[in-house]
Design a binder for this molecule. Structure first.
Ligand code: 5GP
Length: 182
């Protein structure tokens, strides 16, 4: 696949979730979340970088007062089997005693999320919930924490777009696509 073949009207990947599908699912999740946090002033935490579009759309779809913060972690290179994760960027705000919602792009093995949950819980929030646009089958066991808001459950395929990359590319595709080596 050549980069210059990438064209929003002619994307050479199979679409899994279109922009329209994502828009309407994010609206639904937003209303559900707004309902659950009625009268509260939660902190929504964007997991960089994959979560940017979901975070951006979801926070606008939640008609309550929210505060925004950002966190970033990555798996140690070459240690997939041990699953070590390191923090690259911590939260800027003090979340002690606050209602916190982590906003993730995708949960695969769940290792990244498990790490982030334990890190954030150590800061003593009043409550902690998770929203993930996508959830790959088999992940929840590894997370060991309920994921309250899920856009869609998917199979084990590798997906790109709407924040998700392959080798740093394709994040800005407007929908979610199945990646294939064409
Ligand atoms: P986990 O720690 O749950 O195995 O994976 C966490 C991270 O791996 C995700 O936040 C995401 O950055 C990346 N990842 C997992 N599955 C996929 C996928 O299908 N596509 C892309 N682009 N990234 C993925």
């Amino acid at each position: 696949m050549k980069n210059d073949a990438l064209n929003y009207n002619n994307i050479p990947f199979q679409a899994l979730f279109s922009e329209e599908m994502i828009f309407s699912r994010v609206k639904e999740l937003g209303l559900q979340i707004a309902n659950d946090y009625q009268g509260k002033n939660p902190v929504f935490v964007c997991v960089l970088r994959g979560g940017i579009y979901f975070f951006s759309d979801l926070t606008k779809a939640v008609p309550i007062l929210v505060e925004l913060d950002f966190i970033q972690a990555r798996s140690y290179l070459g240690t997939e089997s041990t699953g070590n994760v390191e923090l690259i960027k911590d939260l800027d705000s003090d979340i002690e005693g606050r209602d916190v919602l982590i906003v993730e792009d995708i949960v695969d093995t769940g290792r990244t999320l498990k790490f982030l949950i334990s890190h954030i819980l150590s800061k003593k929030p009043k409550s902690l919930e998770v929203a993930s646009l996508l959830f790959k089958e088999g992940g929840e066991e590894d997370v060991g924490y309920p994921i309250k808001y899920i856009g869609w459950n998917i199979g084990k395929e590798f997906v790109i777009g709407y924040g998700l990359d392959y080798d740093g590319k394709f994040r800005n595709l407007p929908g979610v696509f199945l990646y294939s080596e064409e």
